[in-house]
Design a protein around this ligand. Structure first.
Ligand code: GLV
Ligand code: MN
Ligand code: MN
Length: 584
């Protein structure tokens, strides 16, 4: 049994108690805890972990080597003699290293000897999530490295081991912890300041690896599937029970917010950890899926992650190319994924209980009404197109205005029509239309635009209302093309019907909000934004919880924000939801 201590207790403890409580985090090296003592109070477990890792980084090379050498060999002689720390014993057992076959044991001794001989320190690997085969494969691969690389690698693995161990023994409030984790994830970005994380970019792959570690730390069985979804499973009392899925996406729009999508991954992971720390088991299996792609940034195709889970991944997409001409197939292969394995991701609806998603509201309704949480009633349907207008390029100084076939002016006319038809600056029952991308390829100050590319997104909470607007916009496009002598080619990239949330799940969310907050009549509201839940509705019941968005409700913008208090109450509501979840 592991002794738990809360972050608050650690912050208030005497120096001796603090060092003693963290003695097992870095193998036989209490100096790491001593080094961070003056930095208290820590606002999150993550901050404590990062401070401890920074102390190791700042130590001189001899101290670092001593720390590496304090680690036992994997399945080594000390393990056989039962001389390992309690932490190491547990970790090695978790990877099955206490049950080696004689052949595996002999192989590991040979590898241990060769590694020690080459580098002068033992092979260090955070074995959580590993099995004997993958430990041996990692061992063999790392034997080829040079000394400097392996020293850095050993320290990285020691950082990860410390992270896992801290999750095992330190509890911390989900609100501040989740915001710390979301800040940490936002450090992986394709742009130096601001957050852009598009499908299979280096930032995206680093994000997936960190989410995987946090899921492992929460005690989940984790795999990254062939489309890049990070899937964590918390097995219930009976492993053959059906599964409730929760999750959201970890990709972002360009220069997006830190909470969109990721909140619905990080909060459930912390709730799962809390259940484990409290020794509670659910009567069903819970899966947390961090969907690889929802925003459609890199390949202009949305819901790649949840689409694969519901069996709707279109293999023709593998030939789509990004702005640099890299096909999706090539990007997947480069990241180590097997595109041929994507169809097998599809789930059998008979195994599922439902899908629930926690998401920041991305609008001002809850904020304006002073409510932290809301139950989503339905998700607006969306029709999306990409379009290209071909006119005639010409000299901006010589072609008279009445003889021009200007592609950009045609686009401008279309944009103004979309705005008018969708209600102008007044609001018609949730109908919205947006031209979000607009470009004149190769445009120049003295050239009449011969080409203009654009996107079009029309949504409403009511399919008939949206379809009528779409029909009018399509008719107007034809009229503009005719009038201006340009050609307009339109390709539909998304057609999503308005998706209702299951009444039973709405009722269960509402009951949890009432139990946790005391509010007898929780706010119910529709979602204008699209969510993975829309896709998941193809195979199971869906339900969503919205969390208040700060800063006027702004989203898809770096100014997107929320509070630790709201994250905390959302986590308590989700835990209540899980513990009281009833199968209907
Ligand atoms: C997803 O963020 C959307 O476009 O609604
Ligand atoms: Mn989004
Ligand atoms: Mn989102």
């Amino acid at each position: 049994m592991i002794r738990m201590i809360s972050l608050a207790q650690l912050n208030a403890a005497s120096a001796d108690e603090f060092v003693a409580a963290l003695a097992g985090i870095f193998e036989h090296s209490p100096w790491v805890a001593e080094a961070v003592l003056p930095l208290r109070p820590f606002a999150s477990r993550l901050q404590l972990h990062e401070a401890m890792c920074a102390a190791v980084d700042a130590a001189d090379i001899d101290a670092q080597l001593k720390l590496i050498r304090a680690h036992p060999e994997l399945a080594g002689r000390a393990a056989v003699r039962r001389e390992l720390t309690a932490e190491s014993t547990r970790e090695q057992r978790g990877a099955g290293l206490d049950a080696c076959t004689p052949g595996e044991f002999a192989m590991l001794q040979t590898l241990n000897d060769a590694y020690n001989h080459k580098f002068g320190f033992p092979f260090v690997l955070a074995v959580r999530g590993h099995n004997r085969g993958s430990v041996i494969a990692a061992f063999m691969q790392r034997l080829d490295h040079d000394l400097d690389t392996e020293r850095k690698m050993a320290l990285q693995q020691i950082d990860r081991i410390a992270g896992f161990r801290l999750h095992d023994c330190v509890s911390s409030p989900a609100g501040s912890e989740s915001l710390a984790l979301l800040d940490r994830l936002a450090q992986y970005s394709e742009q130096p300041d601001g957050l852009s994380c598009s499908y299979l970019s280096p930032a995206h792959r680093q994000t997936a690896a960190l989410i995987r570690d946090w899921m492992l730390a929460a005690g989940l069985a984790v795999e990254i599937d062939a489309v890049g979804n990070v899937v964590g499973r918390l097995y219930g009392e009976r492993s053959d029970a059906r599964t409730l899925i929760t999750g959201s996406h970890y990709d972002t729009v360009v220069d997006g917010g830190k909470y969109d999508g990721r909140l619905g991954i990080v909060l459930p992971i912390l709730c799962a950890l809390d259940l484990r720390q409290r020794g509670l088991q659910l009567p069903y299996n819970l899966e947390i899926i961090a969907f690889a792609e929802e925003e459609g940034v890199r390949y202009k195709s949305t819901f790649l992650g949840s689409g694969a889970v519901v069996g709707q991944f279109d293999p023709r997409l593998l030939d789509a190319v990004d702005a640099d001409g890299i096909s999706m197939r090539a990007a997947l292969l480069d990241a180590g994924f097997d595109p041929a394995a994507i169809p097998a991701i599809a789930r059998d609806p008979a195994d599922l209980l439902g899908y629930v998603e926690i998401h920041i509201e991305q609008g001002p309704v809850l904020l304006d009404e002073g409510q932290a949480l809301g139950v989503v009633t339905s998700i607006a349907g969306s029709h999306r197109y990409t379009g290209s207008i071909s006119g005639l390029a010409g000299h901006s100084g010589t072609v008279p205005m009445h003889l021009r076939r200007d592609a950009a002016v045609a686009a401008a006319e279309l944009i103004l029509y979309v705005e008018r038809r969708c209600g102008g600056l007044s609001q018609i029952s949730g109908l919205v239309g947006t031209v979000g991308r607009l470009e004149v390829p190769g445009g120049a100050i003295n050239v009449i635009p011969g080409r203009c590319n654009f996107s079009l997104d029309i949504r409403a909470a009511d399919d008939a209302l949206r379809d009528a607007a779409v029909a009018d916009v399509l008719a107007e496009i034809e009229a503009i093309a005719e009038r201006r002598g340009v050609e307009i080619v339109l390709t539909q990239v998304l057609s999503a019907a308005c998706t209702p949330c299951a009444p039973g799940l709405q009722a269960q969310w509402a009951a949890s909000i009432s139990r946790v907050t005391g509010n007898p009549i929780p706010r119910h509201l529709p979602s204008g934004a699209g969510h993975d839940a829309m896709k998941m509705a193809a195979i199971t019941d869906i339900g969503m919880l919205f969390v208040r968005c700060g800063n006027g409700g702004i989203s898809h913008n770096p100014a997107e924000t929320m509070t630790a208090e709201d994250a905390d109450v959302a986590a308590r509501v989700f835990t209540d939801f899980l513990l009281n979840y009833s199968v209907r």
